[in-house]
Write a protein that binds this ligand. Structure first.
Ligand code: AHG
Ligand code: MN
Ligand code: MN
Length: 336
């Protein structure tokens, strides 16, 4: 089949049309992944509807429960989890799900589906109460267990390089969906009056020289000397510090403007705080597709081994020049 040129699609077309054109460029595509992406887009609209009225309805604040990570759940964590899970089960294209909010794999019962999804339904949820942007992160794999059977752990533990698609939704001043299927990264801004996502950020490329560094410097008294030196380097180069505390928000800024995101292993979180499967891998796939780099301090995130569905990792991601500088310091100094 003749490959269609996705790059030629104009800014202003709907997500739906973009997905269909994208599908045509994959020989033997059946439309299942396309439908799955549409289901994610639908769920994000529903979650966005809840988020924009969080201050009015009684859905801000804590849910008096903890998730598998032992972290306090916010009401919207639970709501977003339910909305995405329901949309993906009803959509019928997903045989199993992993969610930050659920300890075990979710068996959707749709065993004939060939995809599995790992997701962080609501990222940065501690920011909800103060109206700071939050997000959703997703990662899609083709299952390796036989179609027609129940999904297994191994379906989710294939490694970052096996991702078929990955993306995030940023619920910000406007809602934007950014995703990749391995043919570049594109962003779609939600047009409220149309109820549609519109291609607004075509073939995103991260500037190789970054202008921002983003990390939680309140942990700096436990940073390694290498990391301390690197932060000093950022300051000496007059990079601006920007840190919202929502990965999606911080990552998105640096993806577009250039910069570096750092979440090291800390005393509080010795194995890192972020989750490999549904935070680091998808952001790493997007980084690579946008011409940026991501590592855990020693290995490209996409090549880092995942041993459990809720494994954590350190994450350093961003513009090539800053990442090269960081890598040079790591090689010369103490490990991170
Ligand atoms: P989540 O809300 O899904 O648990 O994720 C929170 C994560 C991530 O969004 C953010 O970058 C990081 O936690 C912030 O951590 P600190 O508050 O330790 O800086
Ligand atoms: Mn998160
Ligand atoms: Mn979350």
């Amino acid at each position: 089949m003749q490959e269609k040129e996705i790059v030629a699609l104009p800014v202003g077309i709907t997500l739906d049309r973009f997905i269909s054109s994208n599908q045509d460029s994959f020989p033997h595509a059946t439309g299942e992944l396309s439908q799955l992406l549409r289901d994610i887009a639908l769920a994000s609209k529903i979650v966005n509807r809840e988020i924009v009225r969080a201050g009015l309805a009684d859905i801000a604040g804590g849910a008096d429960s903890t998730n598998v990570q032992g972290e306090a759940q916010q009401k919207l964590d639970v709501i977003a989890d339910i909305r995405f899970t329901r949309a993906l089960i009803n959509g019928g294209q997903v045989a199993g799900l992993v969610s930050e909010e659920q300890e075990a794999i979710i068996d959707t019962g749709k065993w004939d589906a060939k995809y599995v999804v790992a997701m962080d339904p609501l990222d940065g949820s501690s920011n909800i109460d103060v109206n700071v942007p939050v997000g959703t992160i997703f990662s899609i794999y083709k299952r390796i267990s036989a179609v027609g059977t129940k999904v297994t752990n191994e379906d989710f533990l294939q490694g970052g390089r096996k991702q078929v698609a990955a993306g995030y939704i940023l619920y910000g001043a406007s809602m934007i969906l950014v995703y990749t299927t391995g043919k570049g990264v594109n962003g779609f801004t939600y047009e409220y009056t149309l109820g549609d996502f519109i291609l607004s950020h075509k073939q995103i490329k991260t500037p190789s020289k970054g202008i921002y560094y983003s990390c939680n410097e309140s942990n700096s008294n436990t940073f390694t000397s290498t990391l301390t030196n690197f932060i000093q380097y950022c300051k000496s180069r007059h990079l601006n510090a920007r840190y919202a505390g929502s990965l999606v928000c911080d990552f998105h800024r640096n993806l577009l403007k250039g910069g570096i995101y750092l979440y090291p292993c800390t005393v509080k979180a010795p194995n890192g705080k972020l989750r490999l499967l549904y935070e680091c891998y998808p952001m790493a796939f997007i980084s690579e597709q946008a011409g940026a780099i991501s590592t855990n301090g020693s290995t490209d995130i996409l090549d880092a081994d995942v041993t459990a569905i809720h494994s954590r990792s350190c994450l350093y991601a961003g513009s090539v020049s800053l990442m090269k500088e960081l890598e040079g310091m790591i090689t010369a100094g103490v490990p991170m």
